[in-house]
Design a protein around this ligand. Structure first.
Ligand code: GDP
Length: 338
């Protein structure tokens, strides 16, 4: 058994070629839910959905979000209506009172659907309608995710990190904003002062997540702050990771990030924006997979390979490096025990 911790790009890219190395029937993927939003009343789970759509063979792998060849008629009509009514485009975060007045799972991540600021495709939207409706019918987010995973015929077990709300709030020089506003609407431009996982102290990891953390864990090359950070903020998760073999794949080559705002966010929370910073952020990691061009010296075992993932063949190569690192850990643990 093996468990992957996933955001919405780096780890799903790795999973794209992991099936020949890690049996999907024995693989659990724990998805970040810190950057979920409620948009126009619908719960959207971007990271979980990327794994869902990828597993279902329908992911748009040019963007690593949304469904390939989806239409956007409803989104376009939402913009036309808002424009005709004189509303400015852009995120419309509900006021503080409304943030805590709706569904519990939506706390501190509720946006009005007027001029829908995230482009939700038409088929994509059907997933959010189904998810939100099943939640309203009384299912937990974990149960709903399993129902959707069956509908997409996923080979791996996909679980959200928690059934409770955790909202990634980015404190910037332009004020506090939800991660999706910072990333999708602001293109990560504002200066970041701090990152908060609102609700994490009262949230619990789901029991399915805790069970999965008893197996060896792979932290994929995801953003350490806003993809893995929300999981680490949940009570008990870091402790569980300290007690199981963990291999982490760096989303950096030394201080070069492959994509996204990871560097800026890491600096904002006090880590060096580099592989060394990732190692510092992951004290529970027992070994790392780094790029061959990454000369960072770490105090833990390292397996090197070309970590640029551009399709299944690359993903399989990186997955083999992960498997090698895990095998070395378990062998040495076995030798110590003997
Ligand atoms: P998000 O939810 O979309 O932010 O996605 P993740 O957190 O899962 O992944 C974002 C991270 O993936 C970024 O920090 C990138 O540096 C990393 N990444 C993207 N492409 C690659 C790649 O080809 N190789 C590696 N090693 N990391 C990558």
């Amino acid at each position: 058994m093996v468990t992957f911790l996933a955001g919405g790009t780096g780890t799903p890219k790795l999973l794209d070629g992991a099936a020949d190395v890690f049996d999907p029937a024995e693989t659990t993927v724990v998805g970040n839910s810190g950057d979920d939003v409620e948009l126009g009343g619908l719960l959207v789970c971007p990271d979980v959905d990327t794994v869902l759509f990828h597993g279902g063979g329908v992911l748009d792998t040019d963007r690593w979000w949304g469904i390939a060849d989806d239409t956007t008629e409803t989104n376009a009509e939402l913009h036309r209506l808002a424009d005709a009514a004189g509303f400015e485009p852009g995120p419309r975060y509900l006021d503080d009172e409304a943030q805590v007045a709706g569904r519990d799972i939506a706390r501190w991540r509720r946006f009005s659907g007027v001029a829908e600021f995230m482009e939700i495709g038409d088929k994509d939207r059907a997933v959010h309608v189904t998810r939100t409706s099943l939640l309203d019918e009384g299912n937990s987010l974990t149960e709903v995710t399993r129902i959707l995973a069956d509908a997409f015929d996923l080979a791996v077990d996909l679980v959200p990190m928690s059934d409770d709300p955790v909202a990634s709030i980015i404190h910037t020089d332009e004020g506090a904003m939800h991660f999706q506003e910072f990333w999708v609407a602001e293109r990560a431009a504002p200066a970041v002062e701090d990152v908060e996982f609102r609700g994490a102290d009262e949230a619990r990891p789901s029991s399915e997540t805790l069970d999965a953390l008893a197996d060896p864990v792979v932290v994929g090359p995801s953003n350490p702050v806003t993809s893995i950070g929300p999981m680490l903020a949940l009570p008990g998760v870091e402790r569980a990771l300290h007690e199981t073999p963990v291999v982490a794949v760096s989303p950096f080559v030394e201080d070069e990030v492959f994509s996204g705002p990871a560097a800026k966010l890491m600096e904002a929370v006090g880590y060096e924006a580099s592989t060394a910073g990732v190692a510092e952020a992951y004290p529970f990691a027992d070994a790392f997979v780094l790029d061959t061009a990454d000369g960072t010296e770490l105090d833990r075992p390292v397996v090197r390979t070309d970590t640029k993932i551009d399709g299944p063949a690359d993903a399989e190569r990186v997955a083999r490096a992960v498997a090698k690192a895990l095998a070395e850990l378990t062998d040495s643990a076995g030798a110590e025990a003997a």
